[in-house]
Each structure stands twice: as C-alpha cells, then as structure tokens.
Design a protein around this ligand. Structure first.
Ligand code: NAI
Length: 341
C-alpha cells in the first residue's frame, strides 16, 4: 500500500515533536509538507525532516493534491477553522487538543466532520495512548477496581517554563489553565468513568507570579466535579512545579484504588548519594509522553489505512471543552456551574 502523505501545520513546541515522529518513527506515512508563519521552522523541516513542500498559508497547503492527511499543531484558536478547511478539501485530519475554544464553532466543526464519515478525524488526547494509562484502563474495564467513585488528577507544568509563560501570557490565547491543561484530565475522567460531568466548582490562585492576575491567566487552578452518577473528580492544574513535569492520576473504586505515576519518575534508576535516595523526574511533556505521541500518530495512520475511525472523537472534544469552559466560568463567578448534557 502507498504511504499516506501528511502535511503538518505548526512547528512550535509540540509541532516539532509530531513532525519528527511522522518523519522518523511512524511507518506507512511520509511527512511531505509543513506550514508555519516562521521561515526558520520551515527551513528546519526541509533540512532535518526531508519535507518537500512548505507553506506560510494553510489554505494553500490543504489545497495541495499530493497531501492525504493533515496534522494540526497550531495554536488552539485556529483548530476549528483549520479542521473544517482540511475536511472540505477531502483530507484526513489529526488535530491537537483542544478541538476549539468556542462551543458554537466546535459544534459547526463537528457537523462538517460528521458529514464526511469516509475521512478519518482524530483528536490528540495522547494520554489514552500511553502504556500506563492503557494498562489502568484495562484493569478498570476488567472490574478490578469495582465501581469508580472518585478520581484525583494532577497536571502541573515545570516552573522552568514560567518565565516565558508570564512573558507571552498576554499575547497568546491558550484558553486558560482549565482549557489548556485540565482538558487532558477532563478527558481521562470521561474515558475512565464513561460518565458525563454535571457540576463543577473551580478556584485558582497566583501565588508565585501575581502578575498573571493582570492577564487573566492562572498559575494554579483546582476544580471539583460531580458526575451524572454522583461519582466525583478533583483536578489540580499548575504551572509552577519545581521537580519537573508532574502528571499523576488516582482512581478510587469500590474494590480498590490505583495511581498512575504517583511520583513522576524519569526511569527505573535510583541514585544513592549524599542527597539521600534520589529518583529523577521527567521534565516536560515530550519526555513523559514520548511513546504516547508516537502511538497516537501510528493509530491515526492505521485508521486511514484500515478505513476506520479512532476512539477519540470530535464529540469527546466538544464535551471536554464544555467542561473546561464551565471551570473557567466557575472560577470567574465563584459559583457552582451546572452543565446541561
Ligand atoms: P507554539 O506556539 O509553540 O507553536 C505554534 C506554531 O504554529 C508555530 O510554528 C507557528 O508558526 C504556527 N502557527 C501559528 N498560527 C498559524 C497559522 N494560522 N497558520 C500556520 N501556522 C501557524 O504552540 P505549541 O505549544 O506547540 O501548541 C500548539 C498546539 O498544541 C496547541 O493547540 C496546544 O494546546 C497543543 N499542545 C498539546 C500538548 C499535549 O500535551 N497534547 C502539549 C503542548 C501543546
């Protein structure tokens, strides 16, 4: 079978990770095109990744007849428009999370996706493709934990990124901490429990970087959720983790509990020296989720070849964004928000 020819838009922090995986680590595809506003990134794609076509205009790229599929890794505010354009030009689409920042726009995008069932659409909730989360999911599906009653989720970015975040926070629209970071945990809550969230109450505080108050961003946010079956979820999102990149998930069920990455250990090495017994921590998302990013890209290509849809749908994108927006609203109004499902 011919290789699936892929064009990528966005070659920033995550775009470079995906581009390298598509060029080197995923069989059955060829990274043939790249689109970015930044010329140096396009030069890099030609030089390092063997890309043949480069574009500064996204619409030009999706019009290219050589491209079968696009990988969207641009800033979140562009996702909906770019998904729709690619779908309308007959391409298969992988989009990074969140699917969008505005519910009406996401609903319109979902309609376009649904109208083209022969084209694959996949959303980048890569934790579902991480080996540890897949193992945990299988245990839950096998009934090992009984009925899930509570989930506790931590997603805290390294403090090493704080200075640049504070500098650019006003200029870039991440959608806020619940949309940008908690959305992965929201997806995990829906994936593990198979239930929708019905109520949220969210709080936040800028303790180390109070200047974030001025740009409407948060350094630490917390949300408490009630699910439609009265199960509970407690989410913590942060940007000021001093030991590295801390993603931890706890599931509590009627027959047992489990934790994924109770400590965000880098590997199996333990150092014993004058500092005591030391386990190094993973430092950023490309390191912690290296395999998951490769696995999800492999699944995208396998879906195109196998003419099937992946399990992460546009509906998952819509529902997770709805919940993240409710968190944002709750933080703003300091009120408990009820979500209509
Ligand atoms: P970034 O700001 O580092 O890079 C953005 C890239 O998009 C740059 O190459 C820029 O030139 C390009 N770009 C911007 N607007 C464009 C347009 N209209 N047309 C063409 N190119 C355009 O962003 P980053 O951090 O790589 O994030 C990108 C997306 O990936 C975001 O939606 C973010 O939510 C998501 N993300 C997901 C993560 C995950 O854990 N799955 C982790 C980090 C980011």
């Amino acid at each position: 079978m011919e290789k699936i020819k892929v064009g990528i838009v966005g070659l920033g922090r995550l775009g470079k990770v995906h581009a390298k995986n598509l060029a080197e680590n995923v069989q059955g595809c060829q990274l043939i095109a790249a689109c970015s506003f930044v010329q140096e990134e396009l030069d890099y794609a030609i030089r390092e990744l063997g890309v043949e076509e480069t574009y500064q205009d996204y619409e030009e790229m999706v019009k290219s007849p050589t491209i079968d599929a696009v990988f969207i890794v641009s800033p979140s505010g562009f996702h909906c428009e770019q998904i729709q354009l690619a779908m309308e030009h007959g391409k298969h689409v992988f989009s990074e999370k969140p699917i969008g920042l505005d519910l009406a726009e996401i609903e319109a995008t979902e309609r376009v996706i649904k109208s083209r069932p022969e084209q694959v659409f996949m959303l980048g909730f890569m934790r579902r493709y991480d080996d540890s989360y897949r193992y945990a999911k299988q245990l839950v599906e096998d009934g090992e934990l009984g009925e899930l009653t509570l989930m506790r989720c931590y997603s805290i970015d390294p403090s090493s990124g704080m200075e640049s975040f504070v500098k650019f926070a006003g200029a870039s629209d991440s959608g806020g901490i619940f949309m940008d970071m908690s959305i992965h945990d929201i997806d995990l809550v829906r994936w593990f429990t198979k239930k929708e969230v019905s109520k949220v109450w969210a709080l936040g505080k800028n303790a180390a970087y109070p200047e974030l108050d001025k740009v409407g961003e948060l350094e630490t946010g917390a949300a408490m959720m009630q699910l439609e079956n009265q199960a509970m979820a407690i989410l913590v999102a942060g940007r000021n983790c001093h030991h590295g990149y801390h993603v931890e998930t706890e599931l509590i069920g009627t027959k047992g509990m489990l934790r994924v990455a109770a400590a965000p250990e880098k590997n199996l090495v333990t150092i014993m020296d004058e500092k005591g017994v030391v386990r190094a921590c993973s430092q950023d998302f490309p390191e912690r989720f290296r395999e998951a990013f490769v696995n999800e890209a492999k699944e995208f290509i396998a879906c195109i070849k196998g003419k099937r849809q992946p399990q992460v749908s546009a509906y998952d994108g819509l529902q997770s964004t709805k919940i993240a927006l409710a968190c944002k609203q709750s933080f703003k109004t300091n009120e408990l928000i009820t979500i209509e499902n």
